[in-house]
Design a protein around this ligand. Structure first.
Ligand SMILES: [Zn+2]
Ligand SMILES: [Zn+2]
Ligand SMILES: [Zn+2]
Length: 413
């Protein structure tokens, strides 16, 4: 991600004023319309032409058409007759092509939504909930959950997704620490936990804006005891009341070099998100493909809902990008335990495939998943960082407890 304007912060989501289309853009749009209408013969779908066209090309044609039909300025570029023909041609291609294909199923759904409204009233959705600000609540109260749609129907759920039930928010403390002190402080807190008997605190840390240690207990009384003991051992540790934050998503395989503001504006436009919905740039992460990167955004609960409904995808230009949930989980790259990094790790290097003390490239089971053993939980059947790992799921739980969103599924890849 690069920032286009220096006077604007990279995280700005302020909507840019509507820019009139350049003559080049209008030419390109007319080209798309012409290409599409070629799939009609006397106002009927040209089945011969459709079956002679490779499926990949049909997807591009339909994808372009749907994006264009979503454009609120479409009527100023072309006439209603052409819009009608575009819809006819798109429908024709969709009914005469592979019915099992997930892209086509997605496009069909989108087209159905589009054609419900008469062409002249094609507008953006009305504002449902402009208030997406993070709320701070007492930590013994249940989360205030903002959700705009009913539970997602359980159809076409990607196999990698994790079914999720949100639990009651447990008494929780957040203790801010510096990265250098984090593991020493965790050690101290574990000592407090041991000394104060049956507190059964769960202690971890996650990185959000700064390093935080999270302590969760099962009752309010245990929490009070914990704070008292903590003050005795280290008065510099100061707990905070947790703040619920909007969910984060990771958009995969984004071409590098797109200015942040432009990327966010386009995402809003192509997906017909509300103007007031929030998409805030968080950071990028590396992709295996050097030409691409993964973009992490903090989004309004309503946007997270919409992406789940689209089964973990988002439209960008004429393609679909894969989206997963993101939780800022810290896992050590040396020993593969959670809540610390390799920079503060005191352990020996462990193998992520078999949990033995050698480097991963020396591992003789690295190509035999049935022989994997996880170094984080020491259970057989998966490697480090796998989403089925009980230790990993525990980390997701910690993060979800601080998120202003009720998850039906955790979207994974
Ligand atoms: Zn480690
Ligand atoms: Zn190994
Ligand atoms: Zn594991």
């Amino acid at each position: 991600m690069t920032s286009v304007a220096n006077n604007q912060p990279a995280t700005s989501t302020a909507s840019t004023p509507k820019v009139p289309k350049t003559s080049q853009e209008i030419e390109a749009i007319k080209q798309i319309i012409d290409n599409l209408i070629k799939y009609l013969k006397n106002d009927k779908p040209d089945t011969e032409k459709i079956s002679a066209t490779p499926i990949g090309q049909l997807k591009i044609v339909v994808g372009n058409a749907i994006n264009l039909l979503l454009d609120p300025d479409l009527n100023t570029i072309t006439n209603d007759d052409n819009v009608k023909k575009m819809i006819q041609a798109t429908k024709g291609i969709l009914t005469h092509s592979n019915k099992e294909d997930t892209d086509f199923i997605f496009y069909k759904e989108k087209l159905k939504e589009l054609t419900k409204k008469p062409p002249s009233s094609r507008k953006r959705k009305p504002t449902a909930s402009p208030d997406t600000a993070t709320t701070t609540k007492q930590f013994n109260k249940q989360k205030s959950i903002k959700k705009t749609v009913a539970a997602t129907e359980e159809i076409n759920v990607p196999t990698k997704w994790l079914k999720w039930t949100t639990q009651l928010f447990e008494p929780t403390l957040l203790i801010p620490v510096t990265p250098e002190k984090a593991s020493a402080d965790i050690q101290k807190l574990i000592e407090i936990n041991k000394m104060s008997g049956a507190l059964k605190a769960e202690i971890t840390n996650i990185r959000t804006r700064e390093d935080l240690i999270i302590v969760r207990l099962s009752t309010q009384r245990q929490l009070t005891t914990f704070i008292k003991e903590m003050k005795k051992i280290d008065p510099t540790l100061t707990p905070e009341i947790p703040e619920f934050r909007d969910p984060m998503i990771m958009i995969h395989d984004v071409p590098i070099g797109i200015p942040t503001e432009q990327f966010i504006e386009n995402i809003k436009k192509f997906n017909n998100f509300n103007k007031n919905d929030k998409l805030v740039f968080h950071k990028t992460s590396k992709n295996i493909d050097p030409e691409k990167e993964n973009v992490i955004l903090r989004v309004s609960p309503a946007i997270r809902d919409e992406i789940e409904r689209k089964r973990g995808s988002i439209l960008y230009l004429c393609s679909k990008l894969y989206v997963t949930d993101y939780f800022a989980i810290i896992q050590c790259k040396r020993c593969f335990k959670y809540s610390h990094t390799k920079f503060t790790c005191g352990s020996q290097t462990m193998c992520k495939f078999c949990a033995k003390l050698h480097m991963p490239f020396q591992c003789d089971v690295r190509l035999k998943p049935e022989l994997y053993r996880c170094p984080a939980c020491l259970q057989p059947g998966h490697k480090a960082g796998d989403s089925s790992c009980p230790e990993h799921i525990k980390q997701i739980k910690f993060a979800v407890a601080l998120t202003n969103y009720e998850y039906n599924y955790i979207m994974l890849k």
